[in-house]
Design a protein around this ligand. Structure first.
Ligand SMILES: Nc1ncnc2c1ncn2[C@@H]1O[C@H](COP(=O)(O)OP(=O)(O)OP(=O)(O)O)[C@@H](O)[C@H]1O
Ligand SMILES: [Mg+2]
Length: 281
């Protein structure tokens, strides 16, 4: 199961993604946490501030991932998908590419990181979305085993969707807080996810009162799968599982399993086909 964590800036994507990684790990799953945001908050949480080493950053490895999946000279990643590609990535045991571009944050918990801003980005040669481009190739070809859990911590707002990696997700977890713009953004993200055909679910976060719950449900137009309460623990000890959130994490996983259509690769091919038609029109 590959879960992406989306939502407005500051809604709690990285905190909830970290908690999901820790929850699945405690349940005995093999876990791959992928940090797709150049602010690197889930990396910070899982590594307790230690660096994974710049040579492992996936964001700078577009050529390497393309070579790995057998792209021929001048072929784009879209071409590779459209003509078909036999390469698959795995978590446990990890295939050599995954092994090279990740570290074990704990036993059975691997971390892969797109990386921080680079000179390419800082000096305007390309925008920061380039750092997630290798994930457009990696995620659709990643094949977790039945009980493996992958969490992808995404960029804030609609950017998390438009970097184009969401067709590689099984389910999007849209995190929102009881604030008007957070809820508006959550609905926009859900609409965009529908466009890409990736199922999604809502999680209400930073809830203090029952009025907060009502506010969230009213502005989403539906009840979220679960509500996560305001928690001092998640702020002070973001690297540790929050004891009171374990039932909620289980509820999110259960709902995600029900929504999962197991069609990531096909949705990705459909996207590249659609893009090709559009460019040709
Ligand atoms: N339920 C909660 N209770 C208390 N504080 C929370 C809760 N969830 C998140 N926070 C705090 O809110 C802040 C933002 O959380 P987090 O970094 O997880 O959000 P984000 O959506 O990933 O942000 P960004 O858009 O910068 O990536 C952090 O300081 C975090 O500790
Ligand atoms: Mg974040």
């Amino acid at each position: 199961m590959i879960l992406g964590f989306l939502g407005k800036g500051g809604s709690g994507k990285s905190s909830v993604a970290t908690q999901m990684a820790l929850h699945a790990h405690a349940r005995g799953s093999n876990v791959l946490a992928i940090d797709a945001d150049h602010n690197m908050d889930i990396s910070y949480n899982l590594m307790r501030g230690e660096s994974i080493g710049t040579e492992r950053y996936l964001g700078a490895a577009l050529k390497e991932v393309l070579d790995h999946v057998g792209a021929r000279d001048g072929e784009s990643y879209a071409d590779v998908f459209l003509r078909g590609c036999d390469t698959r990535f795995t978590i446990a045991p990890a295939d050599p590419f995954t092994e090279q571009y990740s570290v074990m944050a704990r036993e059975r918990l691997r971390l892969m990181v797109a990386g921080p801003q680079t000179d390419t980005v800082l000096y305007g040669k390309s925008c920061s979305h380039v750092l997630t481009t290798p994930l457009k190739v990696y995620l659709p070809l990643l094949e977790p085993e039945e009980n493996d859990v992958v969490v992808v911590d995404e960029k804030a707002g609609a950017d998390g969707v438009t970097t184009g990696i969401v067709t590689g997700l099984d389910v999007g977890v849209i995190v929102c807080e009881p604030a008007l713009h957070s809820l508006k953004t959550a609905r926009q993200i859900a609409e965009l996810m529908k466009f890409y055909g990736t199922p999604s679910l809502f999680v209400g976060n930073k809830v203090g009162t029952s009025e907060d719950k009502d506010f969230i449900a009213e502005h989403l137009g539906e009840e979220p799968v679960t509500y996560l309460m305001e928690s001092t623990a998640v702020r002070r000890e973001p690297s540790e599982p929050v004891a009171e959130w374990q039932d909620e994490m289980a509820a999110i996983l259960e709902q995600a399993n029900m929504l999962n259509k197991n069609d990531r690769l096909q949705r990705t091919k459909d996207k590249f086909e659609r893009n090709k038609q559009y460019k040709g029109s």
